[in-house]
Design a protein around this ligand. Sequence first.
Ligand SMILES: O=C1O[C@H](COP(=O)(O)O)[C@@H](O)[C@H](O)[C@H]1O
Length: 225
Amino acid sequence: MIQQDASPREQLAVQLAEAAGEALRQDLSRQDRVLLVLSGGSTPVPFFQALAGQELPWSRVDVTLADERWVAETDEASNARLVRRHLLKGPAAKANFISLITRDPTPEQGVEAVTRRIVALPWPASLVVLGMGGDGHTASLFPDSRELELGLTTDAPVLAARTPSQPQARITLSADRLHQAQRHALHITGDDKRSILAHALAGDDSRELPIRAFLSCPLAVYWAP
Ligand SMILES: O=C1O[C@H](COP(=O)(O)O)[C@@H](O)[C@H](O)[C@H]1O
């Protein structure tokens, strides 16, 4: 429920959590297990907190990430750490979380094992929640990455990605795999991201702005100032 004094971003997070909860409940009425794919970064924290409060049979929910930095889960940059801290609490701790990280030193070495974990999940996902960076990247499909072309075109579910603009190596679901969902949402905040989204909507080159690869999923946009 939205509190009277909640900020626009908190209200947005609650609306998205309610929509996600509803989507999962709908699919759980027809199937045994459901899959939820989440993004990391700084935007989703209030969403994760609101989602943790949704009434769901969490033990039947598989949760994974659209992408991850190749760092230990104890690292502040870890998306898994974010999910564990803010979503997998109380009843939601019963959800089955599938990390995109292995003990291998590089994502190129870990990608095979991660792929095995990912393909074993109950696809299509009920919902993929994407984020978007200031450069139009989504998941770890970055405009300046050598692996962008591969990420946008391969039918492999998972790939390693390196990007000059980012300090850590990454692992990411491919666009093809991220498309395999019943529903897609984009969660963004701030005027800068609204302008980037407007720019993305005005063109069609996903190599310039990778978020374009998802604009016609269809994509439900959750934006607040
Ligand atoms: O690097 C990443 O950034 C995007 C956007 O993050 P934000 O901090 O601007 O909200 C995120 O969607 C992605 O999962 C993450 O790895």
